[in-house]
Design a protein around this ligand. Sequence first.
Ligand code: GDP
Length: 328
Amino acid sequence: RKKNRLSLAQYKEGILSGDRIILSRAITLVESNLQEDNELSTQLIDELYPSTGNSIRIGITGVPGVGKSTFIEYFGKYLISKGKKIAVLTIDPSSQKSGGSILGDKTRMNELSQDKNAYIRPSATGDALGGIAHRTRESMLLCEAAGYEIIIIETVGVGQSETSVKGMVDFFLLLMLAGAGDELQGIKKGIMEMADAIVITKVDSGNENAARKAKKEYENALHLFPPNENGWLPKVELSSAVDGEGAQEVEKLINSFIKKMKENGFFDHNRSQQAINWMHETVHQYLRKNFYNTPVIKENLPKFEEDVKSGNQHAVKAALELIKKYKA
Ligand code: GDP
């Protein structure tokens, strides 16, 4: 394993020169559970930090089958045709539980993944969501240092990872279907509320009228939410990857959002707020891990769990007792 690791300087130079193989290896380092790897990746990110932050960070979510990978491939190719370099990072929360994955055993974004101006990376699996989110953030910074100007973070819209993704992007896009009988298709209201825009997918093959109707409905639904403090009214766009419609409109929409946020100061405000939250999350994660790895806690936990389970001990009291032992 050890000989697989490059030196800090090798990672750094490779990434800054846009070497995709080294970028991939650095992301693997970020995703590693080994302490030495974590130390090295923290150092690496620290060194690369001045070269990060220059991208537009876009979160994309939607239920399985809505057309995320098709849209990202189509939209990504459009952006590349306009001279951009894009990176796509996917978070797949399902894989932890089932061992399988919603996002894809199938090959996704085939054409895009072969384009030299695109970099596609599925998330590592089998870790707590907090861990995945943390790693995705760091991977995003590595992609920025490697020169990717647009970072797309894709997640399945099933209500687990969206909040973390919202917490690391500038713009949050929700994909929805038209006329799928809905009740908003199992998309939770809270996810709609996070969206800066909704894109209705598959607006083709006779689906056009239903899509226009859905557009009105979604617009109405969005306008019922309390206004965003950043002054942005979420928009609804139509798209068809099959007919090649919508990419230009979505790009315009994102550009006007970014322009407005930069003008009114919310772009920087949002990013610095996210950085503060990230710091706190890192502290929480560290403390939690540290707590459960402490010998006295490891030793006592089974008994406490047993007592709480059997009703011998009240949960909060048990927690406080454990903390007392930890601090002692
Ligand atoms: P994901 O699970 O959200 O990533 O969805 P996919 O991108 O895999 O798409 C699910 C299915 O919808 C696939 O069979 C796609 O070919 C199809 N699809 C995606 N986008 C469009 C579109 O714009 N028009 C039509 N007609 N079909 C689409």
